[in-house]
Ligand binder design. Structure first.
Ligand SMILES: [Zn+2]
Length: 197
């Protein structure tokens, strides 16, 4: 069984920018490369788990209203992969929820179990990659990330970068720690593992 780090993308791994500015404007958060190299050295597999609601309908072909075209998400995935490759970091998987519950088409809003705060993406990754969720962590900048991680049986860290504005608390929405950025999250995990980085 492997242990894993599940990463929110927007605001946690990549800087939070509007999608319409284009793929090339997607950049890694400061310190993200060093953080993920450290976590990989600690034997964690790295997975992105992302709610892709930033891409509006109509930006790709073949998508109905209210669902994000997967071709657009795959371009984002490839861009993130390229950026991480330059940082000598390899992702083991990139999971996304393309559904838009608040989108125009109710047909797409009812049957989704993958959208955070639901743990569907983490559970899918765990079954596909033989991951021990109890030895794994979710890192994100929203309490929805924390809830998804905790519901999956992981420990969760909240990156407090100002993106969470709702602070709706609940039994699954309490992080193990609150950290300023991804590198600080990696240090918390190293410390919990008894490793001095
Ligand atoms: Zn979904």
């Amino acid at each position: 069984m492997m242990k894993a780090i599940f990463l929110d993308k927007n605001g946690t791994l990549t800087d939070d920018i509007p999608y319409h500015t284009g793929l090339r404007s997607i950049t890694l958060c400061s310190g993200a490369g060093a953080a993920l190299r450290l976590l990989a050295r600690l034997d964690y597999r790295l997975f992105v788990v992302s709610n892709e609601d930033g891409i509006g309908p109509g930006t790709g072909r073949g998508a109905g209203p209210g669902i994000v075209p997967e071709s657009a998400i795959e371009q984002v995935r490839d861009r993130v992969g390229d950026l991480l490759f330059r940082e000598q970091v390899q992702l083991d998987g990139f999971y996304f929820c393309p559904h838009q519950p608040d989108g125009a088409a109710p047909a797409y809003t009812s049957s989704c179990t993958c959208r955070k705060p639901q743990p569907g993406m983490l559970l899918q990754a765990a079954s596909e990659h033989a991951i021990d969720l109890g030895q794994s962590w979710m890192i994100g900048d929203a309490l929805h990330d924390v809830e998804a991680g905790n519901r999956a049986g992981c420990r969760s860290l909240l990156v407090d970068n100002g993106n969470e504005t709702d602070w709706r608390l609940g039994p699954y929405r309490v992080p193990a720690s609150i950290v300023p950025d991804l590198y600080a999250a990696a240090l918390v995990i190293a410390n919990a593992d008894g490793v001095r980085p």
